[in-house]
Design a protein. Structure first.
Length: 101
């Protein structure tokens, strides 16, 4: 039986999904996304919550931003980060619930 090519995903879609799952596989990035689900935060607030250096948090935020999972805006001298798309947070919430069962 030959596979139905209409049901197969495009290579581009598969690559995007794979990249997103790789980004989500890091515990620090999962925690940052979880924190941002509660509202906007700057790097200092995230670093304080995670008990991490701001430079390490900035590196993780850069990765999340390049994967289009968070967005930023400037407010004076601060850069404020927030969720970019609620889809990823719904997925994250479902995975967290599944892990807690």
């Amino acid at each position: 039986m030959e596979p139905n090519k209409e049901l197969l995903l495009s290579e581009a879609t598969i690559q995007k999904v794979s990249k997103m799952l790789k980004v989500l596989s890091d515990p620090t990035r999962i925690t940052i996304l979880y924190l941002l689900d509660g509202g906007e935060l700057n790097v200092g607030a995230i670093a304080e919550q995670l008990n991490m250096e701001q430079s390490a948090v900035s590196h993780q935020l850069k990765t999340l931003k390049s994967a289009r999972l968070v967005k930023s805006r400037r407010e004076g001298k601060n850069i404020i980060y927030s969720q970019i798309d609620e889809h990823i947070y719904k997925i994250l919430e479902q995975v967290i619930q599944h892990a807690q069962e």
